[in-house]
Ligand binder design. Structure first.
Ligand code: BGC
Length: 414
């Protein structure tokens, strides 16, 4: 008993004080669900194979808001972690502060300029320097469905908003939770990505969420977006408040709920539960966004530890973009590879579909950064929109008031 206590105290001390062995990397991330942890293990084991130890610094919370708060505190205290999971504009913000290590040598040696999709390079490079290594490409405009419930109720995969509403109504009438959802701001924002795209189309998404055009933000189309969010709210169960996203996914896995609107990290949960796409669950694009891909890419940025990038940081960056790792990791994570040159036949049906759609969307100008996951606007604007979307979802505003608040919040945050 005594020994156990001492060991645990020592481990806790090493973790919090950053007294990692010189050969270790300390990695700050928010991959804490079952599927996420399984994917993280692929990375950890890859590094262990190279003799590099791992100091884990998990900070739960999808979208990474809490992780970014902890990161800021660590850096302010002069104790930055070695490597940090980051999204889109957060990477650029830290790069602008000069906090990130320059990965150009590793990028050049491994041809990153050629193999990493351009859309990702926009967030992985700053001022001509590679400052992060992309590990995957996720996409938020997906719906996950329990195949058994759909079969039992004779529900076809919905292709339009009206069909989706009818399908959810049928599930609710039969006594199921129609829409599995966790009431957290980032989860509502994740649904908002799809609803904006489906309601207004790609030009509207670009104008409102990326260009932050006041007219688009204050438009009748945006009122309709909020109306649709209210319709979705009507299909959520009474206990949704505060529920973690993976517990909402579990409701679909267990046959308690019919659908979940969530990024493809949800697939990691189905796979982790031993389920197979096409048999136990279905994946399809949020109705009305079949031609679009709303993406977010997890990247690892290496914090400048004073001087050159360390051997451990270099090894981590190199491992992350190696072809074999990209396949092994993304199979488990639910995302698709962050390289354009891979044979993805080892991915499951949803993964293969996602990879093909990503390339097609990129070629046809239909690839857009996710607002909810930090790829449309800097954190200050993103968080301001989160607040309005979540307040409306919880009944604080009607749609017209939400649109007014949205315009105001974005103008103040900019
Ligand atoms: C990340 C995913 C993660 C999800 C839920 C997203 O912001 O990009 O990797 O699985 O949050 O935690």
């Amino acid at each position: 008993m005594r020994k156990l206590t001492l060991t645990m105290t020592a481990a806790a001390f090493v973790g919090s004080a950053g007294l990692a062995a010189a050969d270790d990397v300390e990695v700050l991330h928010w991959w804490t669900s079952g599927g996420e942890a399984a994917a993280l293990n692929v990375l950890r084991e890859d590094l262990a194979g190279q003799g590099i130890g791992w100091q884990d610094m998990p900070v739960a919370g999808g979208g990474g808001t809490q992780a970014m708060t902890v990161l800021r505190a660590r850096v302010t205290a002069g104790n930055a972690p070695t490597a940090v999971q980051m999204l889109g504009f957060d990477i650029l913000d830290w790069a602008a502060e000069g906090a990130l290590a320059n990965l150009n040598d590793i990028a050049a040696a491994n041809n990153w300029d050629e193999v990493v999709p351009e859309a990702l390079q926009g967030f992985a490079t700053y001022d001509g320097e590679w400052v992060a290594a992309p590990v995957n490409v996720h996409s938020t405009n997906w719906v996950w469905a329990n195949a058994g419930i759909l079969e039992e109720l004779g529900i076809e995969q919905p292709g339009t908003w009206d069909e989706f509403v009818a399908a959810m109504q049928a599930a609710q009438d039969a006594g199921y939770v129609a829409l599995a959802h966790g009431g957290q701001a980032w989860q509502e924002a994740t649904i908002f990505d799809s609803v904006v795209m489906a309601t207004g189309g790609p030009d509207f998404y670009q104008a409102a969420m990326i260009d932050l055009d006041e007219e688009a933000l204050g438009s009748d189309t945006m009122v309709e977006v909020f109306d649709r969010m209210a319709v979705l709210r009507g299909f959520v169960d009474d206990n949704f408040s505060g529920r973690d996203w993976n517990l909402a996914t579990a409701m679909v896995i267990n046959g308690e709920a019919a659908f979940q609107v969530m990024g493809d990290w949800a697939k990691g949960e189905f796979l982790n539960a031993g389920q197979t796409p096409g048999e136990d669950f279905q994946c399809f694009r949020f109705p009305g966004t079949q031609d679009q891909v709303i993406f977010n890419a997890d990247q690892f940025a290496m914090f400048d530890q004073g001087g050159e990038v360390s051997a451990q940081q270099a090894a981590l960056a190199e491992a992350i973009l190696s072809p074999s790792f990209q396949i092994a990791f993304n199979r488990v994570k639910g995302s698709v590879p962050a390289r354009t040159d891979l044979d993805v036949s080892e991915l499951d049906a949803c993964g293969q579909q996602g990879y093909v759609e990503l390339q097609a969307a990129s070629a046809s100008g239909n690839l857009f950064g996710s607002f909810a996951h930090g790829h449309a606007s800097p954190a200050a604007v993103k968080n301001a929109i989160y607040d309005v979307v979540t307040a409306h979802f919880n009944g604080e505003y009607d749609s017209a008031a939400a649109v007014e608040e949205l315009v105001l919040a974005v103008s103040i945050a900019q």
